[in-house]
Ligand binder design. Structure first.
Ligand code: TXA
Ligand code: MG
Length: 349
């Protein structure tokens, strides 16, 4: 039912890419790797193909999809009124993990944008994604390739687990590079608004673009508003079956709280995992029940392991996961956005 193609991430075998591209052109669904997470792709200009994405993921119909291109010039075919600063920014930032929301042209189907007058566009920095889009000869609409509400997939196995039997092709090229989804910028506003923090940090963006950005309150992962700017913001996301408890605040206090809660639930007979960094693990001196999520010295390691670790809670049938919080700056902002959305409970210590 689903064709699985193992592909080299750096030098993708062109015959395999062409097989997948042909299926895309005929209106099929192809899951493929990007530098952030795996995407679930369909021909962005074919409304029927795009509708199949929503079915395969159980995605709410009012959540619009990012369109992926392989050449910067394709941007002008899909959107109107590209501000000068965006033209300059994509020269520097594409290919890469930044998505710009702009006013759409008629050619972009309403199915892609969930009826919005804007469309989100990005050029991914992954050889497999770029080759696939090029061979398909058209832009590819692709949300993350997980079942709606589940953690995004960062390995081929994650995609196979969620999507086998639901899509035509899964291209497996191993683990993705960043592990969290692209930074989404609303470029129809001035100052521009960060709708979703990602691997390209707000600090870096401001420096490159030479503008201050606003951060949408929902991008911090906390406030809930009824008419969000990015419709995807209002749904529970990234949630494992296990109950995830996020401990925020001063790091010394956080470590103390982690231990208290760990032993409290252990004494109630629960299966509890600690999603903690190498540094925290060393300080706490615990080795059992630890899912190491990276190092505080380089938060990109935490971003990369984040979704894999959330999925591991369920793979190993934990009842509860306890996770440490991070500072709301740099890539920490992207990590906290995902953790706060995934958490059943947030404790401020
Ligand atoms: O890194 C990524 O961005 C990955 C890979 C596959 O490219 N894609 C991804 O897609 O994360 P998805 O569908 O899981 O998230 C897309 C986000 C959603 O929050 C959605 O609401 C927002 O982008 N979005 C899409 N089109 C939009 C629009 N026209 N206006 C505002 N937000 C939009
Ligand atoms: Mg997603």
């Amino acid at each position: 039912m689903t064709l699985i193609l193992k592909v080299d991430p750096v030098n993708p075998e062109i015959t395999k890419i062409r097989t997948a591209a042909e299926i895309l052109r005929k209106g099929g669904l192809v899951a493929f790797p990007t530098e952030t997470v795996y995407g679930l792709g369909a021909d962005a200009l074919n409304p029927n193909a795009v509708r199949k994405i929503f079915e395969a993921k159980n995605r709410p119909l009012d959540n619009p999809i990012i369109v992926h291109i392989c050449d910067k010039s394709q941007l002008f075919e899909l959107v109107e009124e590209v501000p000068e600063w965006v033209i300059k920014a994509v020269e520097i930032l594409w290919p890469g993990p930044v998505t710009f929301v702009l006013k759409k042209r008629k050619i972009v189907p309403n199915e892609v944008t969930a009826g919005l007058p804007t469309v989100a566009i990005r050029m991914p920095a992954h050889p497999v994604a770029l080759a696939l889009i090029r061979e398909a000869g058209r832009p590819i609409a692709a949300p993350s390739a997980n079942l709606s509400g589940k953690p995004s997939p960062t390995t081929g196995e994650h995609v196979i687990r969620d999507m086998y039997g639901r899509v035509d092709v899964i291209i497996d090229a191993g683990e993705t590079f960043f592990g969290v989804e692209s930074t989404v910028i609303d470029a129809t506003e001035d100052p521009p608004i960060v709708l979703r923090p990602g691997p390209m940090t707000v600090e870096e963006l401001e420096q490159i673009v030479g503008k201050r950005f606003r951060i949408h309150p929902v991008a911090l992962g906390r406030s809930k508003i009824s008419i969000p700017k990015a419709p995807g913001m209002k749904y529970r996301h990234y949630a494992p079956e296990a109950r995830l408890i996020l401990i925020e605040g001063d790091h010394e206090k956080v470590m103390k709280t982690i231990l208290e809660i760990y032993y409290r639930y252990k004494s109630l007979g629960k299966k509890v995992a600690l999603l903690i960094t190498r540094e925290t693990r060393n300080k706490l001196g615990i080795s059992r029940d630890v899912i190491e999520i990276g190092s505080r010295e380089n938060l990109y390691t935490v971003a990369k392991n984040l979704f894999k670790s959330l999925r591991m809670l369920d793979e190993k049938s934990y009842d509860i996961g306890i996770c440490e919080g991070f500072e709301l700056r740099g890539v920490g902002l992207a990590i906290m956005n995902r953790l706060r959305k995934a958490a059943s409970e947030i404790i401020n210590s």
